[in-house]
Design a protein around this ligand. Structure first.
Ligand code: AMP
Ligand code: ZN
Length: 460
């Protein structure tokens, strides 16, 4: 079985063939850092993290280069910085730090490169210069615009017909645009906005050019995989590709060999988004559930399908991991064989990242671990661990997983009951000892008496 991926450009699943198997490249559009990330922002991060892990498994760790950008120049960042009366870097450094910490708790590996727009300014200005020089862009009234009429394939990725784009842009078309669909590469900064020098006057870049410049600078064309949320397909990715290809010169090189888009994460029937206000912040969710359970919840649906975010989904995800960690806890004496991931599990992931089918295989392996005999158990445990690790699960200690849900309040209560139980036993007050045991059972706590005293754990 080989990896096949759904390519938005081809509108079909295609076998994955990298440009160079010794250097597999992936780029995913990252966050604008001015606020806490919501769980919808985490969906592409976690989905493409599974792909990153799978590619590393198949091509070797060092062979896969993954870049995800950080937009640190933006109107919303400017607004926040002005509100707090600080330079934009104070805002962007703060929220990038929080973002990286949150994504890491969700089990996402750090991308190989995390380029920032403010640190890519020379490459951005250079790319715009190339576009102007070869007639793909023009300067007008302090702006530089991409000339959409110069690129025959404009609209091919998103499938937007040019007439629709004209209709969509007709309201209030800026007078300096030659064509309504032309878009901004460079614009003058308003008062109090950050500003950079350029041959077209002081100003700042448009959003789309950032990704094209970073891709050329950190990975080079063509890249193998370009990912992001489906909301970015038009205009962002359409524009990114047009600029990237035209600046590169030789159009036959192409831009991205596979375009991948995740579906929306919805809450209350609508896309989760800061502008709608229907957001659940990763930060807040982490106070309710372990990061691993949130990761599980993000992967229970196929990445291209919409995903409804509900409290029930989180509870179910915790239970699913209880089941898997429970199987590991009950087989702590089994030494895992060095098997590698299970073939059926791999087949599921290789089929355009079919994570729900891969999860079903994890359950089957847990069952095998508990029902097999002798060597079979060692193999089942080896396959379960290798498969789960590949997907970013079960790397914790099973005991720690079951303790994680224990609040300080519960811990105090249980410790007090155990003290009372010791006292009751010492006094040979058996009815009292039994009552205390019932109280512990009601709290779903199991007490294990050992030579060093009593220890306890939460039952599954
Ligand atoms: P933003 O910070 O809004 O530019 O988004 C960063 C990334 O998260 C992009 O790849 C978006 O497509 C993605 N994204 C934002 N909101 C959602 C959502 N509700 N569901 C899925 N992906 C989203
Ligand atoms: Zn982008």
């Amino acid at each position: 079985m080989t990896l096949s991926l759904y390519d938005t450009m081809a509108r079909a699943k295609r076998p994955f063939v990298p440009h160079d198997p010794k250097r597999v490249t992936m780029y995913v559009c990252g966050p604008t850092v001015y606020n806490f990330a919501h769980i919808g922002n985490a969906r592409p991060v976690v989905a493409f993290d599974v792909l990153f892990r799978l590619l590393r498994f198949q091509y070797g760790r060092e062979a896969v280069i993954y870049a995800a950008n950080v937009t640190d120049v933006d109107d919303k960042i400017n607004k926040k910085a002005a509100e707090e009366g600080v330079p934009i870097s104070v805002i962007t450094d703060r929220y990038l730090g929080i973002y990286n910490a949150d994504m890491s708790v969700l089990g996402a590996l750090r991308p190989t490169h995390q380029p920032r727009a403010t640190q890519t300014m020379d490459a951005i200005v250079e790319m715009i210069g190339k576009l102007v020089a070869n007639g793909s862009a023009y300067a007008a009234e302090g702006h530089v615009l991409f000339n959409t009429q110069s690129y025959a394939d404009y609209g091919k990725l998103s499938g937007h017909p040019m007439e629709d784009m004209i209709a969509g842009a007709r309201v209030d078309v800026a007078p300096y645009k030659r064509h309504p669909a032309d878009f901004v590469l460079w614009k003058p900064s308003k008062d109090n906005e950050p500003v950079w020098d350029s041959p077209w006057g002081p100003g700042r870049p448009g959003w789309h050019i950032e990704c094209s410049a970073m891709i050329e600078q950190t990975l080079g064309l063509p890249i193998d995989i370009h990912g992001g949320g489906i909301d970015l397909l038009f205009p962002h990715h359409e524009n990114e590709m047009a600029q990237g290809v035209c600046a590169h010169g030789d159009h036959s090189v192409g831009y991205a060999r596979y375009w991948m888009h995740n579906g929306f994460l919805n809450m209350g029937d609508e896309k989760m988004s800061k502008s709608l206000g229907n957001v659940a912040l990763v930060r807040d969710l982490l106070a309710q559930a372990p990061g691993e359970a949130l990761r599980w919840a993000l992967l229970v649906g196929h990445y291209r399908a919409p995903l409804d975010w509900t409290g029930d989904l989180i509870a179910q995800s915790k239970k699913a991991l209880d089941r898997l960690y429970g199987a590991l806890r009950r087989s702590s004496e089994v030494v895992a064989a060095d098997t590698g991931p299970n073939p059926k599990f791999l087949e599921a992931l290789e089929d355009d990242l079919n994570t729900p089918a891969a999860m079903a295989e994890l359950f089957a392996m847990a069952t095998a671990l508990e029902t097999a005999k002798g060597e079979g158990r060692a193999r089942a445990k080896g396959e379960l661990l290798a498969s789960a690790h590949l997907m970013g699960f079960l790397s914790g200690d099973p005991e720690a997983w079951f303790q994680a849900g224990v609040t300080d309040d519960l811990r105090e209560k249980v410790d007090a009951l155990i003290e009372e139980r010791i006292a009751a036993r010492a006094a040979k007050d058996w009815p009292a000892a039994d009552r205390i045991r019932d109280a512990l059972t009601a709290l779903n706590v199991e007490v294990m008496d050992g030579p060093a005293g009593a220890t306890w754990r939460i039952k599954e």
